[in-house]
Design a protein around this ligand. Structure first.
Ligand code: ARG
Length: 562
């Protein structure tokens, strides 16, 4: 505002950390940029600006060609700490209340969740929580992969078990009965059917036939499969509960089938036949890489993944009329989503202003740097991965914590370790999963963060002095923490803009680090100077409050001890 009031046009000022501490806390270099635009001497512009700075800034000096170095006054830092930072909401810039549908999770029904299904719920949930703070109207849909070969497998298996069930009587007219299966049964039936189908061509043919029948809307099979999906949801929900992921909608591909006909009416004018399939051109003149046509209906007339995603978009527009839809999947689906989004816009399935965004993420790799596999070469189950991590995390919990309490702490700490690890790398970056490293009490890990939180809580619990304010800045350890807190609104904004909670995870680590340095250098509870002690306790409270709110965005639970 100040710079613009001087008659220059400048959108934003970037405060950079000053490398030489004596020169100041921060440095800004817009004077050089403005000097070029306004053909002026950058030092003159810097001087003009500096003359207008109020007493929140001290030790102001101009260096080199026109860098402005400045330090925030202690009075301002205290005012910030005591008034601004204490209410977490002040870290969130005002935004509109647009409706965003979040599409994450994406587990495939009747199959075990594997490691590839981990980042989507973790990143998606964190982004949803952040958007909620930003005042967005958020709706999340788990969007299950509940159509496909696995349906044919399970129904064919069910037929072998209960050949006389009304589901297989073509003349049956009544209501179909509730099936007598458990989640466990499904878990056994699927691998068994899979094995049989691999070895027996006839079985495979039957599986294909049933799968195709469901696609055509066969009533009996659809109802049977729907019940199996409901069962499977119970197991899937257990995993998402563990990961602290919540979904308003438990929809999926199966449900979207109801909207295929309506969606197709809108798309049809844009489709043309090609080798028996129905496809749509989605390339644009400005494309740098070739964007191939999207197959909307397969050669055999059946729907595919894309048909169901388009039908889902139709359904979402009709039911919720969102301003944006955000998808979180593996980066390898990014071309696919480009095609689907273009098809949706081009056909008018969504309005031009409706934003469809895909946020891809990198893969979770094994020690060999390739997508994580089990020892026998299969995909790594998410539950196996969690169990492996649990063994390591257990070693970090104190021996005197036992029984049920230990179990509970172990569970929370394991999930914290998993989630923190998963959120820390930049969204698009692949990472190698290393249970030993990720459970360590040192470094960028969930246990390190939670250990710090436990430490602060224990300090606060040991004193009766409550609701104090900071009245002075006794040392640089204290000051560094407040300067870090001032950075937070920016960190949250970058997280939002880039849809990568990695920035928050990183910030949480840095804040913990600064706190631990402060803790090691000063004896908080035994401080004799009352004013300093009160200041320290207010700072502890502030850091705890901030960490608590940030962990809540990351959907990581705290523990009371460990
Ligand atoms: N079920 C899919 C998979 O396992 C993910 C679904 C993502 N969401 C979507 N609308 N396509 O890859």
């Amino acid at each position: 505002i100040l710079v613009n009031n001087l008659g220059y046009k400048l959108d934003n000022v970037v405060l950079e950390k000053c490398n030489i501490k004596e020169l100041g806390d921060f440095q800004v270099n817009f004077a050089m940029k403005l000097a070029k635009e306004y053909s002026k001497n950058p030092r003159d512009i810097a001087t003009e600006v500096v003359n207008k700075l109020d007493d929140r800034f001290v030790n102001v000096n101009i260096a080199g060609p026109g860098f402005i170095n400045l330090t925030l006054s202690d009075a301002y830092l205290l005012e910030y700490a005591n008034n601004e930072a204490i209410d977490f909401k002040n870290n969130i810039d005002k935004q509109d209340d647009k409706t965003i549908i979040f599409d994450y999770g994406g587990a495939n029904a009747a199959k075990a969740l594997h490691v590839g299904h981990m980042r989507s719920p973790n990143i998606g949930e964190a982004m949803k929580r952040l958007c909620k703070l930003y005042n967005k109207n958020v709706i999340s849909d788990v969007h299950l992969g509940d159509l496909g070969r696995q349906a044919g497998m399970l129904i064919s298996e069910y037929r072998e078990m209960y050949p006389d069930s009304p589901y297989f009587d073509p003349n049956y007219k009544g209501e179909y009965p509730k099936i007598d299966l458990t989640v466990k049964d499904l878990g056994i039936m699927y691998p068994r059917a899979n094995l049989k189908a691999k070895e027996d061509e006839n079985k495979m043919a039957e599986v294909r036939e049933i799968t195709a029948e469901i696609d055509k809307g066969n009533k009996a099979y659809t109802e049977l499969w729907r019940q199996m999906v409901e069962l499977s949801k119970v197991t899937i929900k257990e995993v998402y509960d563990k990961l602290n992921c919540t979904f308003e909608l438990w929809n999926g591909e199966l449900q979207s089938m109801e909207y295929v006909d309506d969606m197709m009416k809108i798309l049809l004018p844009y489709l043309y036949p090609s080798e028996g399939a129905l496809i749509m051109d989605v390339k644009e003149e400005s494309d740098k890489v070739e964007i191939p046509p999207l197959i909307v209906i397969k050669q055999n007339g059946a729907t595919i993944y894309a048909t169901r995603d388009l039908a889902t978009i139709y359904e979402r527009m009709k039911e919720y009329n969102p301003d944006e839809i955000w998808y979180f999947t593996d980066e390898r689906q990014s071309m696919y989503f480009t095609q689907v989004f273009r098809a949706a816009h081009k056909s008018g399935l969504v309005k031009e202003e409706t934003k469809l965004k895909h946020f891809g993420f990198g893969t979770v790799n094994g020690p060999d740097g390739k997508p994580f596999k089990t020892r026998d070469g299969g995909v790594m189950d998410l539950s196996t991965l969690i169990d492996n991590l649990k063994i390591e995390v257990d070693k970090k919990i104190k021996d005197n914590i036992t029984g049920k309490e230990r179990e509970e702490i172990l569970d929370k700490l394991t999930i914290a370790s998993l989630k923190y690890t998963d959120l820390l790398p930049y969204r698009k970056t692949d990472y190698i999963f290393d249970p030993v490293k990720f459970s360590s009490l040192d470094g960028k890990t969930g246990p390190y963060i939670l250990y710090t939180v436990v430490r602060i809580k224990s300090i606060l619990n040991k004193t009766d002095i409550k609701d104090t304010k900071m009245t002075l800045i006794p040392n640089t350890d204290t000051k560094d923490i407040i300067l870090k807190l001032i950075e937070l609104p920016k960190v949250l904004r970058i997280t939002y803009n880039d849809a990568s909670p990695s920035y928050i995870a990183d910030y949480v680590y840095e804040l913990c680090n600064l706190f631990n340095k402060f803790y090691n250098n000063h004896n908080i509870l035994n401080e004799e100077n009352e004013k300093i002690k009160e200041t320290y306790l207010a700072l502890c409270n502030l850091v705890y409050n901030t960490l608590h709110n940030l962990l809540d965005i990351l959907a990581i639970d705290e523990v009371e001890k460990m």
